[in-house]
Design a protein around this ligand. Structure first.
Ligand code: NI
Length: 131
């Protein structure tokens, strides 16, 4: 999709996502990736040492838990999680989001677990190691 010479429809891109908590890169602006993801349930608590990340809700409701409280995002709303701040995204019902993240941002930051989706998989590149 990157580099294609046509408009990208966010709703259509989300419709192609089949797995929860598996961000897919749909574009790039300089050193930032534009991603779409479907969320349901919760991810894990983590922080990103050097990178802010933006969450924007397309449909559903996203709660981002922080150690000092929660932020609730409705469709059309976005929030930038500052670097080094521990957070945990939670979606009680299915939610579709756009993420803007630096190309080097690790999915689950400082916490590498079986839930962590490597960037190659986010780019749609199949590697044995990514499974
Ligand atoms: Ni994060």
């Amino acid at each position: 999709m990157i580099g294609s010479n046509s408009a990208l429809n966010i709703q259509a891109a989300l419709a192609q996502v089949s797995d929860y908590w598996s961000p897919q890169v749909v574009g790039q602006v300089n050193n930032q990736y534009i991603k779409v993801a479907k969320l349901k349930g919760e991810l894990i608590w983590h922080a990103h040492a050097d990178d802010d990340e933006m969450f924007m809700v397309v449909y559903g409701t996203l709660k981002i838990q922080f150690e000092d409280g929660d932020v609730l995002l409705q469709p059309g709303e976005f929030f930038v999680v500052p670097k080094q701040v521990r957070h945990n995204p939670v979606a009680e019902q299915e939610c579709g989001i756009v993420l803007i993240e630096t190309v080097t941002t690790q999915h689950t930051g400082d916490e590498q677990t079986s839930r962590t989706v490597p960037i190659a998989k986010q780019l749609g590149r199949h590697t044995a190691a990514a499974d």
